[in-house]
Ligand binder design. Structure first.
Ligand SMILES: Nc1ncnc2c1ncn2[C@@H]1O[C@H](COP(=O)(O)OP(=O)(O)OP(=O)(O)O)[C@@H](O)[C@H]1O
Length: 305
């Protein structure tokens, strides 16, 4: 569990994180989204005690990072996968980390196994592909068997296999009851990975809600209705108009209805004995919902997608 209370960071005149309050719950993947410069990395750095808040607090399981006796056993983080000595082998890199935190050496074998790196444990980290480097970073984050995992853009630059692996791996970590907090600018990725989304813009909280709710907020959520009989569809439109936000004709045989569920549209069609060949929810993509949410809070003129 992560708890942010009015977390604020100012750099001179600039407010990078502005009174951010939220809770990140265990057992699920929480996506952390925001346009370029929104304050995601600064927030993560403050949670890890790498940056001091100007005011407010960031708590991991109720305590500040610095107040934990064994912080690596509470929170594992992947901020920059390249922060590894290139000539050290994966095994030696993890062993050095384990030793400096009082973690037994056998845990190194366990995390190598869990991240699929056992076969390359003796290879120098500098020879690793980006995907293997990310796996090594995640192995390091898992060393202390922490309840909280925090990853900054873990799929950035990965090939499809790497992306699939990370997605499945994060899912399994959440299923073990861990708190998984992951930032990404890849909206499509978050749509299939995260259970909950925290969206920030200019350091401020814009949304903190389950993924379905964020998607449902997109104004383009609509129902597409197609039928063989134009007259029947006209009659149906007459029944829809009083209840719907909007009813648009796409063609003589097709309507797009906003503000009603497919169930309601189907029931009204049934009541009016109107034959339908298609009844389909057209969901706003996360990209659309996100663009609407962050409109006006994009720092550099354009959201990075
Ligand atoms: N050390 C610093 N000194 C001054 N300003 C900073 C510093 N670190 C970050 N900022 C500013 O704070 C704001 C938030 O930056 P941050 O890196 O946290 O955003 P972000 O959401 O992680 O963006 P990105 O996706 O580009 O990494 C930006 O305007 C950035 O320029």
């Amino acid at each position: 569990m992560l708890t942010l209370r009015s977390l604020t960071k100012r750099y001179g005149e600039k407010t990078a994180v502005d009174a951010l309050s939220l809770e990140v719950a265990p057992g699920k993947i929480t996506g952390f989204l925001g346009p370029n410069g929104a304050g995601k990395s600064t927030t993560m750095r403050m949670i890890l005690g790498l940056d001091h808040p100007t005011s407010g607090t960031a708590l991991i399981k109720g305590k500040r990072y610095a107040d934990h006796t064994h912080p690596l056993r509470e929170v594992g983080a992947l901020l920059d996968a390249k922060a590894v000595h290139p000539r050290r082998t994966a095994y030696k890199h993890l062993l050095a980390m384990a030793r400096s935190h009082g973690i037994p050496a056998r845990r190194v074998d366990e995390v190598l196994e869990a991240t699929g790196l056992s076969d390359v444990a003796g290879k120098q980290a500098g020879s690793f592909s980006l995907g293997m480097g990310q796996r090594l970073g995640i192995a390091g984050a898992l060393l202390g068997d922490p309840e909280v995992l925090m990853l900054d853009e873990p799929v950035n630059g990965l090939d499809p296999d790497g992306v699939l692996w990370i997605r499945g791996f994060l899912r399994s970590l959440a299923a073990q009851g861990r708190t998984v907090f992951v930032s990404s600018h890849l909206m499509s990725e978050m749509e299939v990975t995260a259970d909950r989304l925290v969206v920030i813009g200019r350091g401020r909280l814009i949304a903190d809600a389950p993924m379905e709710d964020i998607l449902a907020r997109g104004s383009r959520n609509a129902v597409r209705v197609r039928g063989p009989e134009a007259q029947g569809l006209h009659a149906l439109a007459g029944r829809l108009v009083p209840e719907a936000h909007d009813v648009q004709w796409v063609s003589a045989h097709e309507l797009v209805v906003t503000g009603l569920t497919p169930e309601r549209v189907g029931d009204l069609a049934h009541e009016g004995h109107v034959r339908l060949h298609e009844l389909r929810a057209v969901e706003a993509s996360l990209e659309e919902a996100y663009m609407e949410l962050t409109a006006g809070s994009v720092e550099f003129g354009e959201a990075r997608l």
